[in-house]
Design a protein around this ligand. Sequence first.
Ligand SMILES: [Zn+2]
Ligand SMILES: [Zn+2]
Length: 294
Amino acid sequence: MFANDDRMICVSCGTQFDTPLAQAPKLCRMCMEPRQFIPPAGQQWTSLVEMQGKYKNRFEQDKENPHVWSIFSRPQMAIGQRAILVGTPAGNILWDCISYIDQETIDFIKSRGGLKAIAISHPHFYASHLVWAHEFDCPVYLASEDQEWLNSEDVEHRRIFVDAQEYEILPGANMVKLGGHFTGSSILHCHDTIFTGDTIGISLSGLNFDSHTDGEHQTFFFHYAFPNFVPLGPNAMLSMWERLEPWNFTTLHSLFFVTTVRHPDCKGLVLESMQRQARFMEHTEHALLQETWK
Ligand SMILES: [Zn+2]
Ligand SMILES: [Zn+2]
């Protein structure tokens, strides 16, 4: 099915729309929104049928957790985001979704047990999720708050809209809405690990955390517009923190293959980064600055 799918996909953001590629409009409504962008070369469109053979997905096993696999496309598609195959005792979840899918990808995931569910952090990862759901015959969990950003009709009734702030997708695997970037922006919590998409970003110094021992380097960042660098203010970050606070974790995987932070006090680093971001926004007495952890 995917190999004959001629529906248009935005090259810039990776979103698949129901419109055939031949009828693609000038502009993408996702890229026109202030949290995305139209690239310097202008808006370009492709489709799954056009992508076959020109792209390849890579499957990279996490170096410390053999149950976590990053899946991303080469050459780069959209902003280079990844989907993550998360293995749980009750089956696999695909956390977030990417546009490109081919037989090799299907065979790889099926060789590891297939998918019990797809869960998506926010609309920038909607990609071609209904195609994936069809191939793996599984549901797709999405935050109900953000459904205005859907761009394809769910003829097979694959979508399950999550209304609650927390929802257990499989035993021990919880989707938790933090908000911020989008109203329904979510993370996935599994045991000692969270998967954040771009609900929580990892700074460049955060990628080499051990080399920055002065306690002043920013590990994480919290943006309204991720690629356009519009930071969230302290009210939004405090709300995110209050929703995150009940969940313990020592590993945080963000949206790219290389963006992972492992630290015994990973959660404390999230709070510290929120507070530093607030201080540099010239807040000195906000309630977020009074929060403590441990
Ligand atoms: Zn787009
Ligand atoms: Zn985003």
